[in-house]
Design a protein around this ligand. Structure first.
Ligand code: IPM
Ligand code: MG
Length: 359
């Protein structure tokens, strides 16, 4: 019997609209090729334009509308004329946090045909998965501002970490590391300077490590971690870090792998009480929006993550093979990779590669 997956598509802003459209085409082509499942996409026009008309980024019952979908396929939020904290908290974080998508998973590899800015690094030396804590920490939203505009103005953003929140993300990362061939985990910290929450983070890491005797793990201060990523990328495999630390490290990782235009991310609720959300890491990129030159590869890669989450691993592998066939051809690189290809050309090439894949 053909299974139907119900996917909530929220392209939102800027190039999000172009790459999600490309992703849907590719997923439909993949379903057709595979023959054992299909997709039903429900489209939601939430985002900054919606905000300009309605004063909110999504309707009050928005989460209820997507609560029972199998997954959320998300583009990007952010528009030049809407303050970033409004668009972010009004849509992306308004989904991630209440849906308890606490594990943000960011794979990084140098895909075939793509050049890393690191000399001597061509592929196998850089194959990482960054696990980002996605529900609390520096993004807890705790804080405030008083006496705004006056000389005595005070503002705070309090990073908040809970034992439950830390233990579950570290356990998730150990489990993920355990499932990868090298069984290697690096726990990123800053417990030398942040002497409360990050010390608890370290303690919990050591406790959880006991459950995974077959995983080799080490601890790295976040500042030193940036150097290690550049100088010794081959010594890393799975990485776990706090919300903000991993936000920063994942941009570095994306740049080292060749472009932010290929970097995907999955916001996972591992308990599956809520749908998980899949999105490219790049933002709405208004400077190139509407030009048809956005790189759809990050969206295709996150579609692979979505397929894995849905349990369609062979289809995910087929899609990744198709993507790699296409990136291997520099004639199919978009401008972010130094090429001249359009979103349309890359999408058509990936669809053709799916159709021609008979493995
Ligand atoms: C990311 C992004 C977001 C974040 C921005 C858009 C707020 O940089 O997903 O990494 O900081 O979480
Ligand atoms: Mg970021």
């Amino acid at each position: 019997m053909t299974k139907t997956y119900r996917i909530a598509a929220i392209p939102a802003d800027g190039i999000g609209i172009e790459v999600i459209a490309a992703g849907i085409e590719v997923l439909n082509a993949l379903a057709e090729k595979t023959g054992t499942f299909r997709f039903r996409f429900d489209h939601f026009d939430w985002g900054s334009d919606y905000y300009k008309t309605h004063g909110v980024m999504m309707p009050a019952d928005g989460r209820e509308q997507i609560r029972h979908h199998d997954a959320i396929f998300f583009g990007a939020v952010g528009a030049p004329d809407v303050p970033d904290h409004i668009s972010l908290w009004g849509l992306r974080l308004a989904i991630c946090q209440p849906f308890d998508q606490y594990a943000n998973v960011r794979p990084t590899r140098i895909l075939p045909g793509i050049t890393s800015p690191l000399r001597h690094v061509s592929g196998p030396e850089l194959d990482w998965v960054i696990v980002r804590e996605n529900s609390e920490g520096e993004y807890a939203g705790v804080g405030g501002r008083v006496h705004q505009g006056h000389p005595e103005e005070v503002a705070t953003d309090v990073s908040m970490m809970t034992r439950t929140g830390v233990a579950r993300i570290i356990r998730y990362a150990f489990r993920l590391a355990q499932g990868r061939p090298r069984k290697l985990l690096t726990v990123v910290t800053k417990s030398n300077a942040q002497r409360h929450a990050m010390v608890m983070w370290d303690e919990i890491a050591a406790e959880v490590a006991q459950e995974f005797p077959d995983v080799t793990w080490d601890k790295m201060l976040v500042d030193a971690m940036t150097m290690r990523m550049v100088i010794k990328p081959e010594t890393l495999d799975t990485i776990v870090a706090t919300n903000l630390h991993a936000d920063i490290l994942s941009d570095l990782a994306a740049a080292l792998a060749g472009s932010l235009g290929i970097a995907p991310t999955a916001n996972i609720n591992p308990e599956r009480k809520f749908p998980s959300m899949f999105e490219p890491i790049h933002g709405s990129a208004f400077d190139i929006a509407g030009k048809g030159i956005a790189n759809p590869v990050a969206t295709f890669w996150t579609a692979c993550q979505m397929l894995e989450h849905l349990g369609e691993t062979p289809a995910a592998d087929r899609l990744m093979r198709a993507v790699e066939r296409v990136t291997a051809d520099p004639g199919l690189h978009t401008p972010d990779l130094g090429g001249k290809a359009t979103t349309r050309q890359v999408t058509d090439a990936v669809i053709a590669a799916i159709q021609g894949d008979n493995e």
